[in-house]
Design a protein around this ligand. Structure first.
Ligand code: 8X3
Length: 252
């Protein structure tokens, strides 16, 4: 009997990462959930196991290269890596944005993805049919006012995906980029505005049905489960009310 294919999901403690872990488990993968908050991924792995799926948890900070390398030693063969860990900090104009925020966003979104991808690439290659998903954002493709360091970091992640795809073509690993627009999750906007829930709520004010974490997880799972010869290079997914990063229909 063939071994159950393994999928690693980073940032699996909440939002899109947690929803993706659930959906990949339901699709038949043995999921390995990682996040800085070990207790959260432990709880989700226990819940999935209870439901009859195969799931394990591992506390991991993707910006800690030594820890990532140690984590990677557990895998000789890996089917799927979903680079989901990342996020936004602040919405200040370039003129006044805090360089520390810019640095942190570059570290988590770009270097974090680089660390995990580099460390797991040998196992993905050894599987004979590996898939890397890079969860960027529509901020990876076009700037918007106040996007600042997040737009810059996500553009970096987009270029990482594009460059890697060019470099490893012909090897048994494909690179998929999923770029969501407005997604309402429990933490993204609240983290961006440092716990200011009122400011966070304004992001979605009057928007009829922003995307949910499940919508994006569904997109990721669809892309990952395409036949081996198919590569979804880049998939942009937005709610119907959002025509571009700055053109959003609001009923206010
Ligand atoms: C999230 C989309 O519009 O906040 O990646 O940049 S946005």
């Amino acid at each position: 009997m063939a071994a159950t294919p393994i999928a690693v999901v980073t940032g699996a403690s909440s939002g899109i990462g947690a929803a993706t872990a659930r959906q990949l488990a339901a699709a038949g993968y043995r999921v390995v959930l990682t996040a800085r908050r070990g207790d959260r991924v432990e709880a989700l792995a226990a819940e999935l196991t209870e439901a009859g799926h195969q799931a394990t948890a591992y506390a991991l900070d993707v910006t800690d290269r030594a820890a990532v390398d140690e984590f990677a030693t557990a895998f000789r063969s890996l089917a799927v890596l979903v680079n989901n860990a990342g996020g936004a900090l602040g919405a200040d104009p370039v003129a006044t944005g805090d360089p520390a925020d810019w640095r942190q966003m570059y570290e988590t979104n770009v270097i974090g993805t680089l660390n995990v991808t580099q460390a797991l690439l040998p196992a993905l290659t050894a599987s004979g049919d590996g898939t890397i998903v890079i969860l960027s954002s529509t901020a990876a493709l076009a700037a918007y006012e106040g996007g600042g360091g997040y737009v810059a970091a996500k553009h970096g992640e987009h270029v990482l995906a594009e460059t890697l795809r060019l470099e490893i073509v012909g090897t048994p690993v494909r690179v998929i980029e999923v770029a969501p627009g407005m997604v309402r999750t429990e933490e993204f906007a609240t983290t961006r505005f440092r716990g200011d829930t009122e400011k966070a709520a304004q992001v979605y004010a009057g928007v009829d049905a922003p995307l949910t974490a499940d919508d994006v997880a569904d997109t990721i799972t669809w892309a990952v489960t395409r036949p081996s010869h198919v590569n979804i290079d880049l998939l942009v997914v937005r709610p119907r009310a959002q025509a571009s990063n700055s053109k959003v229909h609001r009923t206010l």
